[in-house]
Structure formats: structure tokens, C-alpha cells
Design a binder for this molecule. Structure first.
Ligand SMILES: Cc1ncc(C[n+]2csc(CCOP(=O)(O)OP(=O)(O)O)c2C)c(N)n1
Ligand SMILES: [Mg+2]
Length: 806
């Protein structure tokens, strides 16, 4: 990793000639990196390339305003900035282009994201946060345009909490009195996205130190500003955010040309100062930028830019303009600048060569080792003719990849499947296993936390109950749970629509704002996507947010950011960053199309990397919150919307008892049929189970409790071994959550072999649930539906004892 000394220092005194030339050198290194990167793609050494050419100069100015403790949330053009702050080296840059999976060579994503996805490593070897106040930090980039904006809001929001909440001042390794600025970058065209506007509005409301730079090159791939932005100017149309003066709330908005080095340096100094000191959000619209090589390696910009535009871009290339300025101001001679440009080219050439060798040599060595073992196998088995060609192909491949090696080993083993006694065969098989394990670490690891605080490592504490305590409303169980956790850990806070003053629409936070203050229990605007982003950014910085989505149906507004940002954070950084965010919501049965949805398959399919808890009541929910608030992993907790007023026995250790994730609970023992369900369906299934007893059918009811992880000890398979019949029931559409559970049990757990009857799924209807009690009855599975489904299974098995009803 580069050291702090290699980074461009933040500007405290006016820049000197040496500083100008340092910047000029870096700008040209960056340009040569872009030019070389494109060539590497066209030579076939990398699959895709997107570069920061044409955006170098403003990034140098931004870097000079960026201090230790600050955070970036940006996009793929920011290579110059990342090198300027000392958090990217040119060999690392090329390593990412080549997809080098070695985390030392490519610390941002370990080869998992395509080039231009920047990130700093924020966790130590044990998975704990390092002292982020001592480093310059970048949250991990994602590709969806504007997807960095919700997280950016959260990074800035954390500074506000650290500054304004005295209880947080003890955490000096997380913040220095909230002085940290969150710097965002975004392309002009990406400001067309809704979440850009949502994040800016929220930052203005919250008054947080968020400094957004728009790199405006007039285009979004081929589509010009006329199609992107009203009046073709993002600063013009955002002017309503401008604050009226010092002490007023709102934004500071700056407009500066992207090739005007002196103007940029000055702007960033002033902008960052107001942002840092006063916590005023800032928008810097950086205009007149260019794309010397076009958008990416996917096509050429001559196809859609006019000759005039291309000439204008050439004239306004920020590097050419910087050169003109340095000469005009007498800061350098032509010869000095020529030399710098040449030296910069040489630096990049060396970096590129070194990065390629570091990427390719280990693969070649792996290939050679495999060929040696395979040749021994050929000799050993005497099947030269059939195997020889496969081995030879691998041997002469000039650019092997790891898949070529593994593919060859697998095909060879296929051919010698009868040579069971061959020593060479066993050696090759062991070697294949080793390679598969290594590649699993390279490509399939780190979806979840590997730290001591991973959910699986949290101590189990049983709930205890004092005798003779009367049952309370479910919401009071949660309220007591949150109260205890808020007292225990000052980094926990809750935000969401109606969470603050009234303590959420179902009052689980009632009274807690009065008790803990507005910074701990906080109302937000109606903006699900950035509520989640606010949580992600704050969690990245070591805080413990509970972000609320008022109803499960509105999770759709946030599912993109949960999927693209939170769920894959650990994975896409190979354990370099974590955001232990809890998303609290409520759903399943209540009323009508938009308040009783249960879109579980959408969730299960899109947020792997986030745990999904589906507690049947509020005691179970509290147990999950207690576990999660002690762990360092993100989770979605879906409470039952119709459960807040149901009476429950409150544990005496309501803030301490923990529930393990991934362990189902048998709600009722039985011998004939196992019904697997969760959430609000538990009560309906239990009701049906009672009715089934009356006709002599014994049902075992299992509440899975969490869908991700799912039954890690395979308890459901044990149940099927006993009953030999199974029904999966939930409120999702057919083929949704029930199909997932069936796959887990029959396929993953292999429980198909215990079945004597067809496995059945009982889901809701394919449409959204209708309003009213009849709408519910005819849209969602009822106790009668459960009864009939189970009864049919028994009727098929023993028609005499259980004659068909219909
Ligand atoms: C949500 C989403 N839609 C489309 C894309 C494909 N895409 C990648 S970059 C890009 C253009 C972005 O233009 P702009 O924001 O101006 O940034 P620039 O590349 O010009 O710097 C598009 C459409 C994407 N990555 N994400
Ligand atoms: Mg653009």
C-alpha cells in the first residue's frame, strides 16, 4: 500500500511551483495509464476498460482538499484522485484491469470488480475497523450510475452524529469531532437518476458535510446533455438548494471549469472548508470536461460526437490547458514539461509491465505444474492418445487462464475414470481439489463477515421469564428490547419515516426519542432508498444504524441499493469493508395491495449477503435484534404487521437474550406431515394443525425463523425422515418463497429421499393481495387451504381412512 508520504498533502499554505509540477506529473501519469489501459484491452490482456482521461485536473484539486479521516463515494473516472491521495498505485491500477485476484496486488476488489472500481481497505485481518481517522478512505464503488449517492449521504451523516452527539465523542478512532467530509463524485448524465436528487435533498434537510462533484463532460456514453438535464445544467436547476447566507440551511453551490487548474484549487479549498467547518453540503459543478478516448473500450465516440465537438474537446483537454497555464504563469519551461510527460510515460510502462508479470506469472506456473502432473498421468495410465491432445493444448496455450487449467484437469479425469488404481490419477484429482479450493477463495469467499462478530459467533443466551408477569402487547416487547440496546451501546441509532416523534407507526420506539434524544431516534423524509444509504454510510464508519422501511411493500424502493451496495459490500471488497446495517420492516398480512405483500422471492434472489429474519412474533424479533446488534453483519428483519397488538410474554432479559440465525423451531410435534412455514403464516398453520388433529392427522409445524441463513443444522430433513411428507407454506406468489424452501430442503438437504408423497407448496395467489377480509381470504392461504392440502396428502396415502372431501 502507498504510504501517506506519497500522497499529495492537503493544502494549508498556497501551492508552490513544486506542487504544480507534482500535479502535472501525476496528471500525465494518469493520462498515460488511460492510454495504456485501452491498448491492453485491445490486445486482449483485459476484457474491458473505462478510464479517467479528461478528468485529471479537477481530481488533483479535490485531492488537495481531502484530509485524513475523509471519505469518498465516487465512480469509475477517479483514478487520478485515488493516486493523488495515496490510496492507489499504478501497478494496482493495472492489476485491477487484468482482474488479478490477489488482494495484495489489487486491494480494492481482489479482481472481483472491473477496472475503475475504487476502494480502500478499512478492516484489519480480524475483520475489525482500523483507525479511519488516520487514513484517507474510499467506500467501495459500484457500477450502477448514481448508486454511490445514498451511501455518500450516510458517510456525511455519520460526521453530523459524531459532532453533535456527545455520547459518541469517546470513539476517537472513528471520528475527530465529526470533522470528516464525505466527497462524492458523479458524472453529469448520472445526475438524471432519481437517487441523485433524493440524496441532495436529504443532505440539504440534514445539513451534513457532503461535497458532491459533478464531472460534466456533456455526455452519458452517446447521449448528450440535451437529453439528460433540464436547461442542460445541473447547477442551474439545483440553484434552489443554495442557502440564503451564512447560518441559513441549504447548499453552497459552485460552478468551475474543469480545465481551470487555479480556479479548481481555489474552489475546492473554499468548498471543503465550509463543508467541514459548518457542515453545509456543497455541490461543485465541474463543467467543460472531455473524454479524449471516448466513454470506454466498448466503442468510439466518433460515432456520436460532431467534428466540432471533437475539436473543442481537443482544445479544452484539461492537460493541455494546464500546460498552457504553467507556461503562461512562468512556472515551468517547455522542456521541463516535456521531460515530465516522458517520465510519466515511463512510469506507467514500468507499472504496467510489473502488474502484468505479477498477474500472469503465477498462472503460468500453475499451468506448468498441471502439465507436469498430467504428463505423469499419461505415462502412468498409458492412455496417451486420448489424453495427449488435451494436455498439449494446455501446454501450448500462450495466455492460459485458471479456468483453462481446471477445465483440462476435469476433462482428463473424466477420460481416466476407469483407472481407479492409477497413482497419477489420484495425484491429479488431489491437485484439482486444491485448485478448486483456491479458486473458491478467490471467487466465492467473503460474502459474509469472517470476524469474531459474525452472527454465527454470537453467544446464545436463552430467554428467561419471571413468574406471574402478565402478557403485554407485542410492540412493548420490541420497545423494551430497543430501550435496553440503546442504553448498552451509544453507537446504535434508528431512523425512518415516523420513527422519531411517534416512535414508528406501530410504536415500538414510542417514548425512546424523548429518552435518548433526536439524534438517536430520528424521523426522516419519505425516501426509502436514501434511508438505506444513510444507514450504509454510517455503518461503514462504525456506527450501528437501524433503518426502517415502513412497510415491506415499500422495500422495492430500496431493493436496488440493498442489492447493489449493501449485500455485496463484503464480497466485492473481499472482506475489505463492512456495513452492519439492520433494516427493520413489517409485512405479510394486513390490508390490500400495498400493505400486505410478501415478496420474499424478490428479497431472496437479490440480497444474498444480507441475512433475512422472518420472526413470527415480537419476542422472536427481539431475539434477532439482540443477536444482530452484537454482530457485525447486515440483516433484514421482517416483523409481522398484524402482530403488534397481540399479547406476548415478555422475557425478563428482553435486551440480552439472543436467537441464533438459521435454526428453525418446531412449533408443534407431529408424525404424519411436516408443514414448513414462517412469519404470519405460523398462526394460520397452527390453527389448521389443530383442526387436523380432530380428523386424526398429526402435523409437525416448523417455523424456519430465518430464510437466509436457512436451517443450517438441517433440522427439517430430520423431521421429514419421520413424517415422510412435506408442505411448504407462505404468502409469497407461487414459485416464490415456497420454491426456495423446497429447494433448500429437498435439493440442498437431500431430503427428497425421505418422501413417500409428492412435496407440496402452498402459496398465495399470483396477484397482489386484495383489500378487505374477503380480499385477504381469497388472495392469501387460509387455514382451510392448509387443512385441505395436508388432508389431500393423507387421503392419497390412506383413502379409506381419509376419504376425499370434495
Ligand atoms: C443504472 C445504470 N444504468 C446504465 C448504466 C450504463 N452506463 C454506464 S456509464 C453510463 C453513462 C454515465 O455518464 P455520466 O454519468 O455522464 O459519466 P461519464 O461516463 O460521462 O463520466 C451509462 C449509461 C449503468 N452503469 N448504470
Ligand atoms: Mg458524462
Amino acid at each position: 500500500m502507498p504510504t501517506a508520504e506519497t500522497a499529495v498533502p492537503a493544502l494549508s499554505a498556497p501551492l508552490t511551483k513544486a506542487d504544480f509540477l507534482t500535479d502535472y506529473r501525476l496528471a500525465w501519469e494518469s493520462r498515460h495509464a488511460s492510454l495504456a489501459g485501452r491498448k491492453e484491452v485491445f490486445m486482449g490482456k483485459a476484457k474491458f476498460g473505462i478510464f479517467g482521461d479528461g478528468k485529471e485536473v479537477p481530481q488533483l484539486a479535490m485531492a488537495r482538499a481531502f484530509q485524513n479521516g475523509d471519505f469518498r463515494a465516487g465512480y469509475y473516472r477517479d483514478q487520478t484522485f485515488m493516486v493523488a491521495i495515496g490510496q492507489l498505485t499504478w501497478p494496482q491500477y493495472f492489476s485491477q484491469l487484468y482482474a488479478n485476484p490477489d488482494v495484495e496486488a489489487e486491494p480494492a476488489t481482489a479482481g472481483r470488480a472491473m477496472n475503475g472500481h475504487f476502494a480502500t481497505r478499512m478492516l484489519d485481518e480480524d475483520g475489525n475497523l482500523t483507525d479511519l481517522t488516520q487514513t484517507k478512505n474510499s467506500s467501495a464503488d459500484i457500477s450502477p450510475t448514481a448508486g454511490q449517492m445514498p451511501r455518500l449521504l450516510g458517510l456525511a451523516y455519520a460526521s453530523k452524529l459524531f459532532r453533535q452527539n456527545p455520547e459518541l465523542q469517546q470513539f476517537t478512532q472513528l471520528s475527530t469531532n465529526g470533522n470528516e467530509v464525505a466527497f462524492g463524485t458523479i458524472g453529469n448524465a448520472s445526475t438524471s437518476e432519481g437517487m441523485f436528487f433524493e440524496a441532495l435533498n436529504a443532505a440539504g434537510v440534514l445539513q451534513v458535510p457532503m461535497l458532491v462533484s459533478v464531472w460534466d463532460d456533456h455526455y452519458g456514453i452517446s447521449v448528450p446533455a440535451e437529453y439528460q438535464t433540464t436547461k442542460q445544467s445541473i447547477s442551474d436547476i439545483m440553484m434552489g438548494l443554495q442557502r440564503d447566507g451564512e447560518g441559513q440551511s441549504g447548499f453552497e453551490i459552485f460552478v468551475v471549469r474543469g480545465w481551470d487548474y487555479a480556479g479548481l484549487v481555489d474552489t475546492y479549498q473554499r468548498a471543503a472548508a465550509v463543508c467541514r467547518e459548518q457542515h453545509v453540503p456543497v455541490l461543485i459543478h465541474v463543467t467543460e470536461l472531455t473524454q479524449p478516448q471516448g466513454h470506454s473500450t466498448s466503442g468510439s465516440h466518433e460515432r456520436y460526437k460532431s467534428k466540432d465537438r471533437l475539436t473543442w474537446e481537443e482544445d479544452h483537454d484539461c492537460l493541455h490547458k494546464l500546460r498552457e497555464w504553467l507556461l503562461a504563469e512562468g512556472h515551468a519551461t517547455e522542456m521541463e514539461l516535456d521531460d515530465i510527460e516522458k517520465e510519466a510515460a515511463a512510469v506507467i510502462k514500468t507499472a504496467r509491465t510489473a502488474a502484468w508479470a505479477a498477474f500472469f506469472n503465477p498462472i503460468k506456473a500453475e499451468r506448468d505444474e498441471a502439465v507436469t502432473l498430467l504428463n505423469q498421468l499419461v505415462a502412468d495410465t498409458g492412455t496417451e492418445n486420448t489424453l495427449h491432445e488435451l494436455v498439449e493444448q494446455l501446454k501450448v496455450n500462450p495466455t492460459p487462464i485458471r479456468a483453462d487449467i481446471v477445465r483440462t484437469l476435469r476433462r482428463v479425469l473424466r477420460q481416466v475414470r476407469n483407472e481407479k488404481r492409477s497413482f497419477g490419477r489420484r495425484v491429479v484429482q488431489r491437485h484439482l481439489e486444491q485448485l478448486l479450493a483456491e479458486n473458491a477463495d478467490r471467487y466465492n469467499s467473503n460474502l459474509f463477515s469472517q470476524s469474531a462478530y459474525a452472527v454465527g459467533n454470537i453467544d446464545e443466551v436463552a430467554a428467561t421469564y419471571a413468574p406471574n408477569t402478565p402478557p403485554v402487547d407485542g410492540r412493548e416487547v420490541l420497545q423494551a428490547c430497543f430501550d435496553a440496546n440503546f442504553q448498552r451501546d451509544p453507537t446504535i441509532f434508528a431512523i425512518g419515516e415516523d420513527v422519531g416523534k411517534i416512535g414508528d407507526v406501530n410504536q415500538a420506539f414510542a417514548g425512546l426519542q424523548d429518552k435518548f434524544g433526536e439524534l438517536r431516534v430520528t424521523d426522516t423524509g419519505i425516501r426509502e432508498c436514501t434511508i438505506i444509504g444513510q444507514g450504509i454510510g454510517a455503518a461503514l464508519r462504525g456506527l450501528r444504524p437501524i433503518t426502517e422501511i415502513q412497510y415491506l411493500d415499500y422495500l422495492l424502493y430500496a431493493i436496488q441499493i440493498l442489492s447493489d451496495d449493501l449485500a455485496c459490500l463484503q464480497y466485492r471488497t473481499k472482506g475489505g469493508q463492512k456495513a452492519p446495517l439492520i433494516i427493520r420492516t413489517r409485512g405479510h398480512r394486513l390490508e390490500g395491495v400495498w400493505h400486505s405483500g410478501s415478496p420474499m422471492q424478490m428479497i431472496l434472489g437479490s440480497i444474498r449477503g444480507i441475512h433475512v429474519c422472518v420472526p413470527r412474533n415480537m419476542v422472536q424479533a427481539a431475539g434477532f435484534y439482540n443477536t444482530l446488534l452484537r454482530s457485525d453483519e447486515p440483516a433484514l428483519v421482517i416483523e409481522c404487521l398484524n402482530g403488534y397488538r397481540l399479547k406476548e410474554q415478555i422475557p425478563s432479559n428482553v435486551g440480552e437474550f439472543t436467537l441464533p440465525l438459521g435454526r428453525p423451531e418446531v412449533l408443534k410435534k407431529g408424525t404424519d406431515v411436516t408443514v414448513v412455514t414462517y412469519g404470519s403464516m405460523c398462526r394460520i398453520v397452527m390453527d389448521a394443525a389443530k383442526q387436523l388433529v380432530e380428523v386424526g392427522i398429526s402435523v409437525e409445524v416448523i417455523d424456519v425463523q430465518t430464510l437466509l441463513p436457512f436451517d443450517v443444522e438441517q433440522l427439517i430433513a430430520d423431521s421429514l425422515q419421520k413424517t415422510n411428507r412435506v408442505v411448504f407454506a407462505d404468502e409469497d406468489v407461487p414459485g416464490g418463497g415456497t420454491a426456495y424452501m423446497m429447494q433448500q430442503v429437498l435439493d440442498e438437504q437431500g431430503a427428497y429421499r425421505f418422501l413417500d408423497s409428492q412435496p407440496r407448496c402452498l402459496a398465495a395467489q399470483s396477484h397482489r393481495p386484495a383489500y378487505g377480509s374477503d380480499g385477504d381470504y381469497f388472495s392469501k392461504p387460509s387455514a382451510e387451504d392448509v387443512f385441505d392440502t395436508v388432508y389431500e396428502l393423507m387421503s392419497e396415502t390412506e383413502p379409506e381412512k381419509f376419504p376425499a372431501i370434495y
